[in-house]
Design a protein around this ligand. Structure first.
Ligand SMILES: [Zn+2]
Length: 344
């Protein structure tokens, strides 16, 4: 087969692909989830709070076009295009929706753990045996236990992350232009090996590509308020979550969120400022007292994250380290590779 692909009568040599695959796990491990209405001894309940910092421009599209004149002009002046693909907002404030954050974090958890292959457009007979979506709600993989599955709500809740105002109290966005990349086909050959799904796809970080399609972005350096609440997590599940946020010392990486990922948009860093975790005990449950909640900030938080990540890796229960190593290579930051301007 030719390496040239036909696009609209034009023949163009595709650029290097802006993504790579993390291979699928050899097996899926399933267990009983810890529901919301029961007492589970030793499980952790609490929240983490902090910031999402944009390391490249972030665009999470609302699906509507906005009048260019309603978006602030760049500091260099000039004129905005008439119509711009707008950021999603809550009221007047641009946000990263909690559902988008949950999707991104879930996809990382799935890739590094013995979790099922769900939300795929692959056909049933293309999914390797035993890796199919969890079907019984009393027997779920770790990603389905943490984030939910059919008939089970999941044990984390992630709030919408609003853009923080700047020093003038404004929620400053601006217009950038990106290449009009052709939507990658879900049937793309790279997904498949011998007729089976070969891995999970992650876009790499790199130098942003420019093009002709105007989009509204929260510029590099923008910060968003981040809150994640959790309930009835095992210690290793919390450790897995912290690793998936890119917070482990040993395997650091940055997440990628929103639109224009192939053009190197949406690189974000999650910074946790405070973590509260209470271990449920029979006494606190029966007396309806406030459980003993420990709060971690600064050095104690760094120590907590390090210990939880190391314990989780050492237990080999919920993380496949070779897959984590692969993901860390794909999502390494900084990365000075060029993003494709056109076909890839
Ligand atoms: Zn599952």
């Amino acid at each position: 087969m030719s390496k040239y692909r036909d696009y609209g009568g034009r023949r163009e040599e595709p650029a290097e692909k802006p993504y790579k695959l993390v291979p699928l796990p050899k097996e899926v491990k399933r267990d009983r989830p810890h529901g919301h209405d029961q007492f589970h001894k030793g499980m952790l309940t609490g929240e983490m709070r902090g910031q999402i910092v944009a390391a490249s421009h972030v665009h999470v599209g609302s699906g509507v076009l906005e009048l260019g004149e309603r978006i602030p002009l760049p500091p260099t002046g000039g004129r905005n295009p008439d119509l711009v693909k707008a950021m999603v907002r809550s009221g007047d404030v641009p946000i990263i929706p909690g559902s988008s954050l949950k999707g991104v974090i879930r996809s990382v958890v799935e890739a590094i753990s013995p979790s099922c292959l769900c939300k795929t457009r692959a056909r049933f007979n293309e999914i390797p045996q035993g890796l199919g979506e969890c079907r019984r709600k009393d027997s779920l993989c770790v990603a389905c236990r943490i984030f939910g599955a059919m008939g089970f709500q999941g044990n984390v809740r992630i709030s919408d992350a609003p853009l923080d105002p700047d020093t003038k109290g404004k929620h400053a966005t601006r217009v950038e232009t990106v290449p009009a990349l052709y939507a990658p086909s879900p049937r793309r050959r790279a997904y498949f090996l011998h007729g089976q799904v070969a891995g999970r796809k992650f876009f790499m970080h790199g130098r942003r590509a420019r093009g002709a399609t105007p989009i509204e972005v929260c510029p590099e350096g923008s910060t968003f308020d981040f809150t994640l609440q959790f309930e009835n997590l095992e210690y290793e599940e919390l450790g897995l979550l912290l690793i998936a946020l890119g917070l482990s010392d040993k395997y650091p990486f940055r997440l990628k969120i929103g639109g224009a990922k192939p053009s190197c948009y949406g690189t974000v860093e999650v910074r946790i400022e405070e973590l509260k975790a209470a271990s449920s005990s029979a006494a606190s449950y029966l007396e309806f007292d406030e459980p003993n909640s420990d709060s971690y900030t600064g050095d104690s938080l760094r120590e907590y994250i390090k210990a939880a990540a190391n314990m989780t890796l050492a237990s080999h229960k919920v993380v496949f380290e070779d897959q984590l190593i692969r993901l860390k290579e794909i999502l390494k930051y900084p990365n000075d590779r060029e993003c494709p301007q056109g076909l890839y």
